[in-house]
Design a protein around this ligand. Structure first.
Ligand code: SF4
Ligand code: SF4
Length: 297
């Protein structure tokens, strides 16, 4: 099926599903663990103009969302808590999303591109990968830093391709993944869930929530505080260090900072993304969702 400009093609729903599944398989073959599809206009209900797929690709019909696991099971089990800070991710989901985009263009003749996911200013990304994942049925928001939890795998990492090709969209999950049943039981006994217990807002942490009848009735996440703990390397960390540098008059002191391990790590993470993007996994380390999968021989 090849698109001719200005021509609207109708594809039999059954055929469209087969084509959609084939495109998902391309993403999985390229390294994704899961691939879901969201309709481009589904974003309109949740985000303002400027943050919708069609703002980046006029005529956008679909968003193909690629999800990968990030740290391996062994990394989660390492007795060295900092291991996951200093081992970079492989960004498989990003590779997978560009492979999908190229496949759509070359095989089906529709326009397709990687979705812009990294914030260019502040913390708001051009297109939210969290929203994309929710709309593509890959997970739901959690109490822990609003991280999207997949019911099978828990924490995942997302990238997406936007395309003018109409595909069969997935449904959003009907049930919230968070809070897990064991978290509800803990909340009923102790007034907190595992993630709230490791990072309690009222004791200098970032998380708080109330749960009634197994559902979240309110939640609080101190994003600014979290980012000072979880994102100290990379672009943010580098900006912080440049700010410090500009305030140092003494040449020896400046040199000490420039040759420090932290400065080197920042440059390394910016230049090669060697360092992990996130430096705090504690709320996810205690989260039961998907944890059973991390037990291997
Ligand atoms: S990533 Fe770390 S600092 Fe941020 S909410 Fe989770 S435990 Fe707290
Ligand atoms: S620990 Fe429980 S409450 Fe916290 S994010 Fe995971 S499932 Fe949700």
């Amino acid at each position: 099926m090849t698109a001719v400009e200005g021509e609207v093609e109708e594809t039999d729903p059954g055929d469209l599903e087969v084509i959609t599944n084939a495109i998902k398989q391309v993403g999985i073959n390229a390294g994704s663990t899961l691939v879901g599809v969201a309709a481009a206009d589904a974003f309109n209900e949740y985000v303002p103009e400027g943050h919708r797929p069609a703002d980046f690709l006029p005529g956008a019909q679909s968003v193909v969302v690629c999800a990968s696991l990030g740290p391996t099971n062994a990394a989660w089990h390492s007795p060295n808590r900092r291991l996951m800070e200093i081992t970079g991710y492989d960004f498989r989901e990003n590779v997978s999303s560009i492979v999908v985009a190229e496949y759509i263009e070359q095989t089906h003749g529709y326009l397709a591109m990687q979705a812009p996911a990294l914030p260019t200013s502040g913390q708001q990304p051009p297109l939210s990968m969290m929203l994309s994942a929710v709309l593509a049925g890959l997970g739901t928001r959690s109490i822990a830093a609003n991280i999207i939890l997949n019911p099978t795998y828990g924490l995942m990492f997302f990238a997406a391709a936007i395309t003018t090709m109409r595909l069969t969209p997935d449904h959003q999950l009907e049930e919230n993944v968070c809070p897990a049943r064991s978290c509800v039981r803990m909340y009923e006994m102790e007034g907190k869930t595992p993630c709230m217990a490791v990072c309690p807002a009222d004791e200098g942490g970032c998380l708080d929530a109330t749960i009634e009848d197994g559902q979240i009735t309110s939640s609080f996440f101190d994003r600014e505080r979290c980012s000072t703990r979880a994102m100290n390397f990379g672009i943010r960390g580098h900006i912080k260090q440049v700010e410090i540098l500009t305030g140092i008059d003494d040449a020896d002191e400046r040199r000490e900072l420039i040759y420090s391990d932290d400065f080197r790590r920042n440059m390394s993470s910016i230049g090669r993304y060697k360092e992990s993007v996130s430096q705090c996994f504690e709320c996810m380390r205690v989260c039961p969702v998907g944890r059973y999968r991390r037990k291997l021989k």
